[in-house]
Design a protein around this ligand. Structure first.
Ligand SMILES: *Cc1c(COP(=O)(O)O)cnc(C)c1O
Length: 378
């Protein structure tokens, strides 16, 4: 059977929904208003008036396109300012902006390791990290999800010159948080580097929202390669890597996805700076998320759903079959609720699920509306 047809038969065929309004808890799809539980705009900043105003003001002053790559003539004062603020916020000596998280991961891993080295990745790492490991040409090992004993065994058996351990902080599909303190100790014992992708933690974890390094209190000596994105909780676009001066200089010289691509528009950097001010100042957004998550978990358990043992803004209801996941998601959509069905290969076979993400802008009533709609499928 041709590959596309097979996908369709297996209930794996993917289609896109077209939004025709701003990102938010209520979105317009084909003219219809839907209550969305599948955005990464965790703090509700994608359409925040201050962020929008910063973007507009900078576009008015500096135009839209950056015009060139950073090393040619595209590196703007707004990029420099944002990098300095991100370094300070994450408690790192320096930070380097990339045009997207995918590119940050590909470029960073390939700049740091090669043929005589080895990469060790959690099995549930984001696709961009798995691609980065494979693309680097280093020996590629995966360990079972957060299984430190397996990782230690793989590390002691490895004769690679450099060893790089890579993990998500908050896992994108399961919503659990990696044991970074233990991973940092393990890296130290085995003379390995630790790289953490904080795409889902940055802005949300930690008292100030500085992410996983703040949450666990890990310095750049313990967690030397910190990557995070600006398109999720920050509500904008782009990504960065933070760490030592030597790390950042290495990336500027060697990360091909940094060197050979157009710099982010300066106005995008201005928007992220505005987001950063809100992330730091408005603790209520993180508190609100925490209380919505608690409300959802309590309600979903009462309905008898199988939840994962994770308490972050990413929640999964395991429904197992691909078709069942898809049909519940479609049923919810007909009731005006947007909840995504996540199927293999994004998650393992037999682990299809509904993935529910929360935003600080959801209300208690909206979470109740979700729980009521789910009752039909309990
Ligand atoms: C979203 C995401 C990325 C990719 O970031 P983009 O800026 O969207 O390219 C990388 N890693 C993780 C864990 C992500 O969730």
């Amino acid at each position: 059977m041709p590959a596309l047809e097979k996908r369709e038969c297996d209930a794996l065929y993917r289609t896109r929904k077209v939004l025709c309004g701003p990102q938010g808890t209520l979105v317009r799809i084909n003219g219809k208003s839907c209550l969305s539980f599948c955005s990464n705009d965790y703090l509700g900043l994608a359409n925040h008036p201050d962020v929008v105003a910063a973007f507009q003001q900078a576009a008015g002053q500096f135009g839209v396109g950056s015009g060139a790559a950073h090393l040619i003539s595209g590196h703007h004062d707004l990029h420099r300012a944002l990098e300095e603020e991100l370094a300070e916020f994450t408690g790192r000596p320096r930070a380097l902006l990339f045009s997207s998280g995918y590119m940050a991961n590909l470029g960073t891993v390939a700049a740091l390791v090669g043929r005589s080295d080895a990469v060790f990745e959690d099995r549930l790492n984001h696709a961009s990290l798995l691609d980065a490991g494979l693309h680097s040409g280093a020996r590629f090992k995966r360990y079972p999800h957060v299984d430190l004993n397996s990782l230690k065994k793989q590390l002691s058996e490895s004769s690679a010159q450099r060893k790089l351990i890579i993990t998500d902080s908050v896992f994108s599909m399961d919503g659990d948080i990696a044991p970074l303190q233990k991973l940092a100790e393990c890296a130290k014992q085995h003379n390995a580097w630790l790289m953490v992708d904080d795409a889902h933690g940055f802005g949300v974890l930690g008292n100030q929202g500085a992410g996983c390094s703040e949450h666990y209190g890990l310095s750049h000596y313990e967690l030397p390669i910190l990557m995070a994105t600006l398109g999720k909780a920050f509500g904008v676009y782009g990504a960065f890597v933070a760490g030592s001066d030597a790390l950042i200089e290495t990336l500027i010289q060697q990360a091909r996805t940094y060197i050979y691509t157009t710099a982010l528009p300066p106005a995008v950097a201005a928007a992220s700076r505005a987001s950063l001010r809100i992330v730091k100042a408005e603790q209520w957004r993180r508190d609100k998320l925490a209380s919505l998550i608690k409300q959802f978990r309590h309600g979903a358990r009462q309905l008898g759903f199988e939840l994962l043992d994770a308490t972050t803004h990413i929640q999964a209801i395991i429904v197992r079959g691909n078709e069942r996941a898809l049909s519940i998601s479609q049923g919810l959509f007909e009731q005006g609720l947007l909840v995504s069905a996540i199927r293999p290969p994004t998650v393992p076979e037999g682990k299809a699920r509904l993935r529910i993400t929360f935003s600080a802008l959801h209300t208690e009533a909206q979470v109740n509306q979700l729980l009521t709609a789910l009752e039909l499928y309990a």
